[in-house]
Structure formats: C-alpha cells, structure tokens
Design a protein around this ligand. Structure first.
Ligand SMILES: Cc1cc2nc3c(=O)[nH]c(=O)nc-3n(C[C@H](O)[C@H](O)[C@H](O)COP(=O)(O)OP(=O)(O)OC[C@H]3O[C@@H](n4cnc5c(N)ncnc54)[C@H](O)[C@@H]3O)c2cc1C
Length: 374
C-alpha cells in the first residue's frame, strides 16, 4: 500500500471535450482571480477567449433585450477578467501546474472503488488492486461521486432535473460572418434557453441549448449521448427560431441529461472527519448560472488554504473549517441557478415583465456583485 503524507484526491480524468464558459452570465471574476493567484494568469490568457459583452436576446426572434459590457469594464470593476475557456484547455493549464509541483503525485487511470476510514487515516482502493493510505481524502469525483456516501450518509443517486443540454462546437472561421459572434450571447425562450460563447482563444464557438425535456437514460454511463440538430429541433420546435441559423450551422451535437442533488443544507454535507467533498460531488447545480466548475475551483483553493494553514496533523479540523467557509456560498449559488431557471424559461405575463425589465435596466439587472466579488 502506498502511504502519501497528506491528502489523496479522487478527481478529474483529462478527457472531457466540452467547453466551459467560466464566467458566463452572470460574469464571475472571483474564479479568474483565484486562478491568477495560483500563478496561472499567462497560461490561462493563452487559451481563453475574452468576450467584449454579454448580450441577452429573445430566442423567438433574436431581438436584443439587454447588454452588459465585459472586457476592460469588468476588469476595472472586479479586478479580474471575464474569460471563456474550453474544459480540456483549462484542465491542461491546471495539469501542467500540478505536474510542476514536487509534492503532487498523479496516478492516471485509477478508478476508485472504495474509501475506508482507518483509525487515524483513510485508505482508497482502486481498480487493478491498487490501494493508497493518507491523512485525508478529497472526493472531487463529480456528480456520480462514490466518495459522497462517506460524507452524506443519507444520499440518494442523483436525479434528473428534467432538462437536457444539447452542446456543439464549431470553428468560427467556418461560420458565415453574421454568426461569428465574439460576445457571450444568451437567448431566452419558453422552457428553454441557449448560450453561445467563444473558446480556444476565440477560434472556436460553443453553443449550448438547455430545454425542459427528459432523455430516458439515468445510468451514469449514458448521460452523454450522440444527438443531432434534428433531434433538438424535434424537442424545441419553433421556440428557438432566433437561434436557428446557428443551430443549423453546427457540425455535430451531443445531448446531456442534467442530473442533480438537492442543495446543500449544512457544512456537514461537505466534510466528515478525514473525508472532504468538492465541486459536483458536494453541490451539483443546474447549469443556468454556469457556475458549477467555477465553484469547484473556488472550493479547491479554499481547501488548499485550510490544509496549508492547519498542517497535516489536523486534517479533520482543516476539512471542517473548509466546509464551514464554503457551504453557504455554494448553497446560495445552487439556489440562484434554480431561480434563474424560472426567469429564463418563463412564458406569458412573467416573460413580458422579464423582457421589459431587461430592456429598461439592462446591465444593472445582469450584474450580480455578491457572486462576482466573492
Ligand atoms: C450543460 C452544462 C453546462 C455547463 N456549463 C458550465 C459553465 O459554463 N461554467 C461552469 O463553471 N460550469 C458549467 N457546468 C458545470 C460543470 O461542468 C461542473 O460543475 C464541473 O464539471 C464540476 O467539476 P468537478 O471537478 O466537481 O466534477 P467533474 O468535472 O464531473 O469531474 C469529476 C471527475 O472525477 C472522475 N471520477 C469519477 N468517479 C471516479 C472514481 N471512482 N475514481 C476516479 N475518478 C473518478 C471523473 O472521471 C471526472 O473526470 C455545466 C454543466 C452542464 C451539465
């Protein structure tokens, strides 16, 4: 059995191909600030796109409802930039930094099957009869976390939120000029919304359409499926005509079932003695606020600070301080993401009131200082 001095982290394989807009609507600068504090500013700037504006549109007819400047204006206001980054490239930046740290040992292709609490340590067992023992374990193993049940005793499997997310990526130079937006654009429609944003230093464009519609698969291995524009149009009909030219221009689609857990109810759902959770393992959220990965990164930085401050002898104390520091903000973001669903997907009088408010208040309605300053 291998016995590292400090924490074992069950976490990301570097294999995802989807894009993440770290600071989409509402823009969030707290995560770029944290990544910069880790010395990743230059590496991030090399792969990220820096959109100039957030533009809210009607999904039905493409009319502009509101606009908020990003770029330098956000940098001035929050002291950090608003960036869109492809997940693989973000992983690449973080992986390179981790590899450069002499105290970090990476073991790829280790699927953890069990976590066992010992007297003054924890061990994890993995495929291939491998086993490690350490002072603590951090479960960063996502929505279908197997570490979670060691912290949240009453946890049930994640449940579908009733949404499917269709995702597509395209090179911007293959699109007609009228579709090559360099902004973050959000189209609001009845029971759906769509978002596009530039990634890969602005060379590619990512489009996500999230609709209230359930795919049948709930098996973790089936949540990400091949799809097509035809399948998407079959579900959304003409409710998204304003986005139709962009939808039709996408070369390929994948469809994701959106699953989640109920929001965090207390610090004890993020850590228990020598086991801590971070990111989706602790607090998955509907993707309407585009903050899941952002909160996972905030968690990681907070956890590192707590462990560093406390030293390895007091891992349970450090994990408890981490959970106490993080759970309320994560729960608030989970709740806001859920509230956004009602606003984004509304119809009738509520939709008309929303659109009027967006037209009148514009950027004032889109700015969420408690989130961006955090
Ligand atoms: C449609 C959609 C759009 C989104 N858009 C955004 C966005 O724009 N911005 C944003 O911030 N967030 C966004 N999110 C949310 C974001 O994708 C997640 O919140 C984020 O990926 C969570 O990161 P994580 O590291 O906690 O988990 P994950 O990214 O799920 O990583 C967990 C990793 O653990 C590994 N793993 C799992 N089990 C084991 C095991 N037993 N042993 C070893 N390894 C294991 C997995 O292979 C995986 O690589 C979106 C989500 C969806 C569904």
């Amino acid at each position: 059995m291998t016995r590292p001095r400090c924490c074992l982290t069950v976490c990301s394989a570097i294999s995802k191909s989807e894009a993440i807009c770290l600071f989409r609507r509402p823009l969030i600068t707290c995560v770029t600030r944290r990544l910069h504090s880790l010395g990743l500013e230059d590496a991030l700037a090399g792969v990220a796109a820096r959109p100039e504006a957030l533009v809210i549109r009607s999904a039905a007819d493409d009319a502009v409802l509101a606009r908020m400047p990003l770029g330098d204006s956000i940098l001035r206001k929050y002291g950090a930039p608003y960036l869109c980054v492809h997940r693989v490239e973000l992983h690449g930046v973080v992986l390179a930094a981790a590899r450069a740290l002499p105290r970090v040992a990476l073991t790829p292709d280790a699927r953890i099957s069990q976590v066992v609490t010992l007297d003054k340590s924890v061990s994890v067992e993995a495929s291939g009869a491998r086993e490690w023992e350490g002072d603590g374990v951090v479960g960063a193993d996502g929505l279908w976390s197997i570490v979670r049940e060691r912290v949240v005793a009453s946890t049930l499997p994640p449940r579908s939120t009733g949404h499917t997310a269709w995702r597509a990526l395209v090179r911007r130079d293959t699109l007609p000029a009228s579709l090559r937006s360099a902004d973050v654009q959000v189209w609001l429609g009845e029971q759906l919304h769509a978002v596009d944003y530039p990634v890969r230093a602005g060379d590619w464009l990512s489009l996500v359409v999230i609709a209230e519609s359930e795919m049948t698969a709930t098996d973790p291995s089936e949540w990400d499926q091949d799809s097509s524009a035809a399948a998407l149009i079959h579900v959304i009909g003409n409710r998204c005509d304003g986005v139709r030219p962009l939808i039709d221009a996408m070369p390929a689609w994948r469809a994701w079932t959106v699953n989640s857990h109920p929001p965090l109810a207390g610090a004890d759902e993020m850590a228990n003695e020598r086991i801590a959770l971070l990111g989706d393992a602790a607090h998955p959220m509907v993707p309407h606020l585009a903050q899941g990965a952002a909160m996972a990164i905030e968690d990681a930085v907070a956890l590192a600070d707590c462990v560093r401050d406390g030293g390895t002898a007091s891992i349970p104390d450090a994990f408890a301080r981490y959970a106490a520091a993080r759970w309320q903000r994560n729960a608030r973001v989970q709740a806001q993401a859920k509230r956004d669903e009602d606003i984004f997907h509304s119809s009738g009088t509520m939709r008309r009131a929303r659109d009027a408010a967006l037209r009148v208040l514009g950027a004032r309605l889109l700015d969420v200082p408690w989130l961006y300053k955090g």
